[in-house]
Design a protein around this ligand. Sequence first.
Ligand code: HAM
Length: 429
Amino acid sequence: MQVKGLPGFRDFYPADIALLHHIFAAWRAVSARYGFEEYDGPPLEPLDLYTRKSGEEIVEQLYHFDDKGGRSVALRPEMTPTLARMVAAKASDFKKPIRWYSIPHLFRYERQQRGRLREHFQLNMDLIGESGPLADAEVIAAAIDIMRELGLGADAVRVRLSDRQMMRALLLAAGLDESQLAVAYTTIDKIEREDRGKAAERLKTAGITGPAVDRVFDIGSIRGLEDALAALGKVRGGEEVAENFAACHAALCRMGLGDFLEVDLSIVRGLAYYTGIVYELFDANRSLRAICGGGRYDGLLKALGGVDLPATGFGMGDVVITELLRDHSIVPDAGGRLDAFVVAVTTADVPEVLRLSHALRDRGVRVEYALKAQAVAKQLKIASARQAKTAVIIGPDEREAGEVMLRNLGTGTEERIAVDKLVTEHEWV
Ligand code: HAM
């Protein structure tokens, strides 16, 4: 019986890997441009690492089990707790602010749907040791620049920007107390997806009733910088948090990225550890799940490693980007993967084919040849199927003259050139 792969897990055929690497290349290029260094951690972690601070939603999605030594372990569903642990363990070794990126393979037992699988690759860019709004602006700008690098402009992608400090100030002013904030955040986070009655029920269970219920919905409905700042201007402690948020927004506008920004107070983020500016990137039509999500998490390093360092960063998955590149038809052409196919006219030419092919490979030329005796026409057919640019044809006449026949497989033109010249001087463009 045929054994099928698991639902939500992908097979990467060569064309899929080519697209994945195209996305990785953009991630790495922009990370380098922003001075970020790559790191990695283990794919299997103690279960505790996630149950302590990540929040209910992600804990429900964990792939976890007891290992043979009786330890409770989990496949990593996200990178941030590992990063917090790693930095906290050696915090004094690194010059602050730390700029690190990683591309982990992550696992979450989610309901499979478009843009959402049970494994994905996720770029994480995090900036640790700086609490000011320019640090938030820096990572948000990097996320936008990755979109631009991939050919997606402000017409295709938007950043929905919010701030948990702003929400906190507004919610406290609405009469909520600190212990009710988490429930209010969960409700606002689901504002676009959930029935109002169900949401009000949840608020009621946490003791939020009467006009405070409507205020929670009103706060989650605030859109645009002006309206957000106006609302904050009216509440205690609002001015200071507004200043921080406005500074981040202004920095991004100064960089020329203002067209990508939408202030949207329904953005809270599902993970529990965020403490400040939060954001998600979406396709402009909103037909897909979030491309990227992140924010400030100033308490996580202390909670997981006992080192009090502010931090901000994001995670950006490959799955939604892949869908988006396909929707916009900007998937790169995989291109030819061979510079030359070396053809033996007779079996007596095979030793020279082997010698020459290896000499070319030593010089970095991408070469293939037939692995068994075949007619020239058949060898040329494989050459064009492989999108080789050139056929290097070797027959008894050529061998005698110390030459090869070079055929341009695009134009069909041919020239004879000396073997030595082919190896040392020919330009394989
Ligand atoms: P997250 O919002 O859970 O954040 O994930 C970030 C991004 O990863 C999402 O926007 C989405 O593109 C992708 N993603 C998440 N789950 C899946 C899935 N099941 N299938 C496909 N793609 C998925 C975090 O993980 C935070 N730790 C990010 C972060 C880094 N915050 C600060 N630093």
